[in-house]
Design a protein around this ligand. Sequence first.
Ligand code: CO
Length: 144
Amino acid sequence: MSSEAAGGRRPPLLTEIDHVAIAVNDLDEAISYYSETFGEEVTHRERVDRDGVEEALIAVADSYIQLVSPTRTDSPVAKFLERNGEGLHHVGYRVADCAAALEAVKASGGRLIDEAPRPGSRGTTVAFVHPKGAFGTLVELVEE
Ligand code: CO
């Protein structure tokens, strides 16, 4: 589909908050915190070697809390923890079509980390948008 002319209305591209990702040093410790404090259980745990992380997903209604910790020192999350310490790492927005959402970011002059959609965890298709140009927030577009 070609892009709409300026002024043309289109349906919103973001359908839900997919996840809020929190960078942590010790995944098991963070899981225990959510379990003991809030009674939350991990619904999915996965090691993503491409990104050098292990993640645990905790379902909250239709969204997730994504706890991420690095599996190697050169992973971007390891660098994030070195610079900032533990805390909010990125927000995942659920989209129907990752490629289309990425094109919308490109068309608006936004900076991309991923030039094209790629495989994410849970069999999703994802792309990251650079925080510079997205109000200081690392954004992940997630297509299920
Ligand atoms: Co994520």
